[in-house]
Design a protein around this ligand. Structure first.
Ligand SMILES: O=C(O)CCC(=O)C(=O)O
Length: 491
């Protein structure tokens, strides 16, 4: 099958070694623009040696030998299951066995564009393997500095989402442990058109092999939906029905061939479809931070309204309609308003501790440490802005359960560990890692100070309005260096 979509341009490729963090932020993260970064993997990742044979091909046998018993999700790329491919759980050894068994058919089943010609046997694709969680000591790779400002995984390393869901749902493991994955697919395997979970950013590094990506700018995403904006095109290379998707042909795509050793940055809300042109192993993280937090909130609000609309007819006979909407939201989207609000409250506190430390240590706006302070102030400003949007859209309005108790949070050892990791991240990004041990010592005092600060007002946060008041109060108290103007500038 030939490519019959309109492609107008390629994703920019840039040498990551020649790019500073602030350039990456300005040119790609802030503008929500995709880029391929070269030169960041070289050979210092263990994955690049252990997982690749001397001939440059994927060393699947290594996985069988060392991680063979791990249970993983394997998609059958030829079988559709609603908006995804049919998946089956199996051991890594069984997956490797399947790849060898299907080797010939898989190789024959796709053309030079990586697009299936339809007469293949099944094409197995191992997806979403939580490799780092399962093998924390193996250290397969180092997350490049550009992608370290990752609130999602920092948070999940210490806390869980869905703490407000009922036990049953928790047991069904809807709570995701992290969003750091390994993907392994034979030539011809592929991922259907989608935008990422939570409308997060993602980065994807090719350890070996080659991928072809097709991207659609968020401003054009309505073109791949039906008239009701409910169903999305599954495969852009299928015969797409004009009557069902009347605008599909108007879409203008960007493309990219990602080679071994290259890392692609996928911005928020970009729909994409991906084809493995060779047997490919990739490492893949989903993440968000101050720059794309508004995407996460917008999706959550949209999904909440949909979940509510879906069960509107039982509203009058339901004891706890709002609770049911939130449970459904958590089940469908992976988090609900309570989770999101707890999440932003914890990040507020951790950023305040870091701000307090930087101010106490330097008391000046010069040098790299001021970059840490500016970054942290920007974070708090972005959280304040989202809390304000939440408030105006009525999110958690009239909530009677305390969501975050500031004093208890300061006393929680998990929070101290989380704070240290947040601090370490920003000191690293801004070239201040040497301050880390000093930060560990000082932060304990700052934690106590902030606890005292909060003790002067109500320590319990129920609604976005409470969080806004807390931020304003804390910023006003924390002195002139991190003055209200720096926070409100971004708010
Ligand atoms: O590599 C793939 O097959 C899919 C990756 C992807 O969709 C992503 O990183 O967002």
């Amino acid at each position: 099958m030939d490519i019959n979509i309109k492609i107008n341009g390629e994703i920019e490729k840039v040498n990551g070694k020649e790019l500073s963090y602030s350039e990456f932020v300005e040119r790609y993260m802030e503008k929500n623009k995709p880029v391929v970064l070269t030169g960041l993997m070289d050979n210092h990742w263990k994955a690049c040696t252990d997982w690749v044979s001397p001939n440059g091909k994927a060393n699947l046998q290594f996985f069988s030998t060392h991680f063979g018993d791990s249970k993983v999700q394997v998609a059958d790329c030829d079988t559709r299951d609603f908006t995804d491919q049919k998946r089956e759980e199996m051991s890594v050894s069984d997956f490797v066995g399947l790849c060898f068994k299907d080797e010939c058919s898989a190789v024959q089943c796709s053309n030079q564009n990586g697009v299936s010609n339809g007469d293949s046997a099944s094409v197995p694709y191992l997806k979403d393997w939580h490799f780092v969680k399962e093998y924390p000591d193996y250290a397969a790779y180092i997350t490049p500095m550009f992608f370290c400002d990752d609130w999602l995984n920092l948070y999940l390393d210490n806390f869980r989402m869905n703490t407000y869901s009922d036990r049953d749902q928790q047991n069904k493991e809807i709570c995701c442990s992290d969003y750091r994955f390994v993907y392994m697919g034979v030539k011809g395997s592929w991922t259907p058109l989608h935008a990422d979970v939570f409308r997060s950013y993602s980065w994807s590094a090719n350890v070996c092999g080659k991928k072809r990506w097709f991207f659609l700018d968020p401003s054009q995403c309505h073109l791949v939906f039906d008239r009701n904006m409910k169903s999305c095109v599954y495969n852009i290379f299928d015969e797409v029905s004009d009557s069902k998707y009347p605008s599909f042909k108007k879409a203008i795509w960007l493309e990219c061939t990602q080679e071994e050793g290259e890392i692609i940055f996928v911005p928020s809300g970009w729909y994409h479809q991906v084809h493995n042109l060779e047997d490919t192993i990739s490492i893949n993280h989903n993440w968000f931070n101050a720059y794309n937090l508004s995407w996460v909130w917008s999706l959550l609000l949209r999904d909440y309204n949909e979940a509510k609309e879906y069960i509107e007819d039982i509203k009058d006979i339901c004891d706890d309609f709002e609770g049911l909407c939130q449970r459904n939201l958590a089940a469908n989207t992976g988090m609900n308003f309570y989770d999101f609000f707890t999440f932003i409250s914890y990040f507020t506190l951790a950023n305040l501790v870091l701000l307090c430390y930087i101010n106490r240590r330097n008391g000046s706006t010069t040098g790299n440490s001021s970059r840490v302070a500016q970054h942290v102030s920007m974070n708090i400003g972005s959280i304040r802005k989202i809390a304000s949007e939440m408030k105006h859209s009525g999110g958690l309005e009239g909530n009677h359960d305390c969501i975050v108790d500031m004093i208890k949070t300061f006393e929680d050892p998990r929070f101290s560990k989380f704070c240290m990791q947040v601090g370490k991240t920003y000191l690293f990004i801004h070239g201040q890692s040497y301050l880390f041990s000093d930060f560990v010592g000082a932060a304990t005092v700052d934690l106590v100070d902030l606890g005292i600060l909060k003790a002067h007002t109500s320590s319990q946060v129920y609604t976005p309005e409470d969080l806004i008041k807390f931020i304003d109060y804390a910023i006003a108290k924390l002195g002139d260096f991190y003055s209200e103007s720096s926070v409100q500038h971004v708010a």
